[in-house]
Write a protein that binds this ligand. Structure first.
Ligand SMILES: C[S@@+](CC[C@H](N)C(=O)[O-])C[C@H]1O[C@@H](n2cnc3c(N)ncnc32)[C@H](O)[C@@H]1O
Length: 289
C-alpha cells in the first residue's frame, strides 16, 4: 500500500463537471446528480443562489466560474477556496499537473502528456498497455513508473498477486494523493509503492522476482537511462523465465517513434529478451524473457 492519502475535505472538479452545474442553475433547478470526483462517481447536490451544497459544504459560484473557464485544469474545491491540481517538483524543477479528459485525468509533466488523450482516454490507454502482458492472474508484477498509478491499479484489479511500482518525482506523488482515480493505490496491501529512481531501485530486486513487467517511462528525452542497455539488462534479470514485458514508447508510426524503436528492439534483444514484437495499437513493444 502507498503511504496514506489525506482525509478528503474537498471535492475535485474540472470544467466538464461544473458545466452541468451552471446549466442546471440556469434552468432554475434545485438539485442535480453530478460528479464531485472528476467523473469517478456521482453525488446528489442542491443548488442555491450562493452556490452548490455538497458533502463537504458549500461550493461558491465564483469558484465554479474559475473552473468553468479552464478547459484542461483539475481543481480541489473547499468552500470559496479553489486550488488547481499542480505541483512544482523539488527534484526536477518541472511542473506536474492533472489534465482533464473524458475519462481519468492525464498527467502533464513539464508540458508533456504522460498518457494518451487523442482517440483514447487514459483509462483506455491503460487497457491497451496491459493487453500485451496477457493474463495477470496470480502474477508478480513490476510497474516501473507509477505516474498516477493507473497501470498498477488495473494490474491488481486483473488479479496480479502483487504489484511493485516506483515513482521518482515527489510532485507526482502529491498528485496521486489528490487524484480520485489514484486512490486504490492507497487502499491495496498488494500494491507496494517505492519512491526513487527505478534505475537504482531495480538493483535491489532479486533475479526472477517478477512474472510481468510494465515499463511505461516518460519519453526518451526526459528519461534516457530508462531506454538504455544497462537498464534493459536489469529488466531481464528480474523477469522470470518466460515472463512477459510490455515497454511503452509512444506512437510507433510518428517520426520520433520510427527513430527510437529500432534501437529499443536491438537493445532489448542484446539484453536477452526474445520474441520482441511491435504493438502499434498500444504504442509500444512486447517481449519475453
Ligand atoms: C508515463 S508516466 C507513467 C504512467 C503510469 N503507468 C500510469 O498508469 O499512470 C511516467 C512516470 O515515470 C516517472 N519517472 C520518470 N523517471 C523515473 C525514474 N527514473 N524512476 C521512476 N519513475 C520515473 C515520471 O515522473 C512519471 O510519473
Amino acid at each position: 500500500m502507498c503511504a496514506a492519502s489525506a482525509p478528503v475535505t474537498h471535492v475535485t472538479l474540472s470544467a466538464r463537471q461544473v458545466r452541468a452545474l451552471v446549466e442546471a442553475r440556469d434552468r432554475a433547478e434545485n438539485t442535480l446528480d453530478v460528479s464531485l470526483d472528476l467523473g469517478r462517481s456521482t453525488t446528489a447536490v442542491s443548488l442555491s443562489t450562493e452556490g452548490v451544497v455538497g458533502p463537504t459544504g458549500l461550493l461558491s459560484w465564483s469558484a465554479i466560474e474559475t473552473i468553468r473557464t479552464d478547459e484542461i485544469g483539475c481543481f480541489a474545491v473547499s468552500g470559496s477556496e479553489c486550488r488547481r491540481l499542480q505541483s512544482m517538483s523539488t527534484v526536477t524543477g518541472r511542473l506536474a499537473s492533472l489534465y482533464a479528459t473524458d475519462g481519468p485525468p492525464a498527467l502533464l509533466l513539464s508540458g508533456t502528456l504522460m498518457h494518451r488523450i487523442k482517440g483514447v482516454h487514459p483509462g483506455q490507454d491503460t487497457d491497451l498497455k496491459l493487453a500485451p502482458l496477457h493474463s495477470l492472474k496470480g502474477s508478480r508484477v513490476l510497474d516501473t513508473a507509477t505516474g498516477l498509478g493507473y497501470t498498477a491499479i488495473e494490474a491488481r484489479r486483473r488479479g496480479a498477486a502483487t504489484v511493485h511500482t516506483v515513482e521518482f518525482d515527489p510532485a507526482v506523488v502529491d498528485l496521486q494523493r489528490l487524484n480520485p482515480w489514484s486512490q486504490d493505490l492507497f487502499d491495496s496491501d498488494q500494491i507496494i509503492c517505492g519512491e526513487g529512481d527505478i534505475a537504482d531501485i531495480i538493483e535491489e530486486f532479486e533475479e526472477d522476482q517478477f512474472d510481468r513487467i510494465l515499463h511505461d517511462p516518460p519519453v526518451l528525452e526526459l528519461a534516457g537511462d530508462l531506454y538504455g542497455g544497462a537498464f534493459y539488462r536489469q529488466l531481464h534479470r528480474v523477469l522470470a523465465r518466460h515472463g512477459r514485458l510490455f515497454h511503452y514508447i509512444g506512437n510507433l508510426e510518428s517520426p520520433s517513434g520510427k527513430r527510437v524503436v529500432p534501437g529499443v528492439i536491438r537493445r532489448l534483444e542484446e539484453a536477452g529478451f526474445v520474441d520482441v514484437k511491435r504493438h502499434p495499437e498500444a504504442f509500444g513493444v512486447s517481449a519475453r524473457a
